[in-house]
Design a protein around this ligand. Structure first.
Ligand code: CA
Length: 230
């Protein structure tokens, strides 16, 4: 099995160095870019297994890169982890909407990032193992095998993380899941928990559900569950 190739697009040299150093130490191959336009070209040329993408970049910003990667059939399946400063949470939500799989708020520990990287790569490789299931809840239909979600007859475009989140909730309608349980289901148990992270993904799923956003109910102080529209 060949080593996974990870592209790191980050203009802050110190951060880029720390990320690259830690990834290489774990045995990953790493390619880097400091400018956004160079980063996109790098991704198109190398087709890495994963992209770690800063949002604020010279040349071309992270959101535009995300959009380009997702709209190109050659690169659209490559998972993306977005890095963001605290002040950029609105951009993170947009990024997840554009198809980023996860995000890391700065500052983060290398250990935390490595856990995310492993979880995202593992998710990608386990997609093909395939259950035969079709999950149905009211107007929502999840084709587990094909990784498709339909609301009535419209297909929703969910990220891999959003897909797992919604599947976990719908598997057990009415059950309340804590944020921690959802993170374990969605990202794997090794991930250091940042509660707000799940909230951002939930917000994004709700947005995509549109008028049916109320299907995901917030249980105050506990977490989330799928309910039935009356
Ligand atoms: Ca930056």
């Amino acid at each position: 099995m060949s080593k996974s190739l990870i592209a790191v697009v980050e203009d802050e040299r110190d951060i880029q160095d720390v990320i690259a150093y830690n990834l290489r130490r774990e045995g990953y191959e790493v390619v880097t870019a400091e400018r956004g336009d160079e980063g996109l070209a790098l991704v198109q040329a190398k087709r890495p297994d994963l992209i770690i993408l800063d949002l604020m970049l010279p040349g071309l910003d992270g959101l535009s890169i995300c959009q380009s990667i997702r709209s190109d059939t050659a690169t659209q399946e490559i998972p993306i982890i977005v890095l963001s400063a605290k002040s950029e949470e609105a951009d993170v939500v947009i990024g997840l909407g554009l198809g980023a799989d996860d995000y890391m708020p700065k500052p983060f520990s290398p250990r935390e990032l490595l856990a995310r990287v492993k979880a995202v790569l593992r998710r990608g490789s386990s997609n093909s193992k395939g259950a035969e299931e079709m999950l149905v809840h009211q107007n929502l239909r999840i084709d587990v095998l094909r990784h498709q979600v339909f609301l009535k007859d419209t297909e929703l475009r969910l990220t891999a993380t959003e897909f797992r989140l919604l599947s976990a909730l719908i598997e057990q309608p009415g059950r309340v899941f804590s944020r921690e349980q959802l993170i374990n289901r969605v990202l794997g148990e090794s991930v250091v928990v940042i509660d707000r992270n799940i909230d951002v993904h939930i917000r994004s799923v709700r947005k995509k559900l549109g008028v049916d956003a109320g299907l995901i109910e917030t249980v105050r102080g506990v977490g989330y569950r799928i309910v039935s529209n009356i």
